[in-house]
Design a binder for this molecule. Sequence first.
Ligand code: SF4
Length: 158
Amino acid sequence: MILVSACLIGINCKYNGGNNYNLQVAELVRQGKAIPICPEQLGGLPTPRLPAEIKGGSARDVLEGTAAVVRMDGVDVTSSYVKGALEVLKLCKDVGIELAILKARSPSCGKGGVYDGTFSGRLVDGDGITAHVLMENGIRVITEYELTILDKGGGKLL
Ligand code: SF4
């Protein structure tokens, strides 16, 4: 079974109340091959909500308490992001998830690049909190962009 970011299948769980619909990802759910989750909602955050970014380090640093996830208005929302990540990990273990297709650049779901904490649109190398936790626990994570590349190349998902 595959896990996917809920916003990728058109669920309006994005911070601004919208979504990031992706036809390929939605098709996987329609075929019964994937289930959608939103770590930020699972962490107890409302929708819509103010955007947040990882500030002062990496996802690992956030988990070790030396960096934080901070909202645009300066409020520290680290605990909600960590809670959401751990809830998703629990679900992955319960369901036997081997692969997660997560939304690129999100402070929760991003993989390989996230915003730098200045809300200026600048990207830095790094992962979102949930993506990091899943990879640390042996779950393969790809973004929706990697899914497109895999698809075009005829690559296997599982
Ligand atoms: S936390 Fe992940 S699933 Fe939820 S809106 Fe953000 S990118 Fe989408």
